[in-house]
Design a protein around this ligand. Structure first.
Ligand SMILES: [Zn+2]
Ligand SMILES: [Zn+2]
Length: 221
């Protein structure tokens, strides 16, 4: 007799995002022998640090801008970011700001210590390097949501907190997804999105106009 448990389709109704994702990933392992890796261990500080780097360097949001905008641009104003009186929320300025020599700047009271002022080019390089080394998608060019609710200094853009921090979204490994796509094709079992849909999941940013994300998965409403 066939294994009944395997034959019963998963019903996502009333299930949380994580229950749906667990069901999907264990099905992919069982049926297609693929272990799909997902992001783990995000914290509000990690998320906010990379959000600031993103809002300072390129800002992929369509309508959201920081409270202090660089003239003629949509990014965080350099004079605000580098102001020693700007009080950073959750993330320490030493994480992102860099001096001419590439060191973290230091303060004496409310002012930068002499010779320890932030340098724009070095800070831009530091922000780009952070986004790359922390594995932000599209080669460190993807949209990064705030870690705070609401977003705080030095950005204060008003964008919503990342769904990742509330257990409502996950980023799946892109190579693993490509493997799944191939296996589904071989099995004539439809597309990755058809497959996700069986578990009440979807990829809402797949066709995002400025920052498409094929790895970002959420629950279907
Ligand atoms: Zn922000
Ligand atoms: Zn994501």
């Amino acid at each position: 007799m066939a294994d009944q448990a395997v034959q019963v389709a998963f019903d996502p109704t009333g299930k949380t995002f994580n229950q749906r994702l667990d069901a999907c990933l264990s099905d992919a392992a069982k049926k297609y022998s693929i272990t799909i890796r997902k992001d783990t261990g995000r914290t509000a500080e990690w998320q906010q640090k990379l959000h600031i780097a993103h809002m300072f360097l390129y800002n992929k949001y369509a309508t959201t801008t920081p409270a202090n905008t660089e003239p003629g641009k949509r990014t965080i104003e350099w004079s605000h970011l580098s102001d020693p009186k700007t009080l950073w929320n959750t993330v320490n300025f030493t994480e992102i700001l860099r001096t001419k020599t590439g060191a973290a700047p230091g303060k004496v009271g409310n002012a930068w210590a002499k010779g320890s002022e932030p340098d724009r080019a070095k800070t831009e390089a530091r922000a780009a390097q952070l986004l790359q080394s922390e594995g932000i998608g599209n080669n460190g060019q993807a949209m990064v949501s705030s870690g705070l609710k609401p977003c705080g200094e030095p950005c204060s853009c008003g964008a919503g907190r990342s769904k990742h921090l509330d257990g409502l979204a996950a980023d799946l490994n892109s190579n693993d997804l490509t493997q799944l796509e191939t296996k589904l094709k071989q099995a004539k079992a439809g597309t990755v999105d058809d497959y996700l849909k069986k578990f009440g999941l979807h990829r809402p940013l797949l066709n995002h106009p400025s920052s498409p994300e094929k790895w970002h998965v959420e629950a279907l409403p």
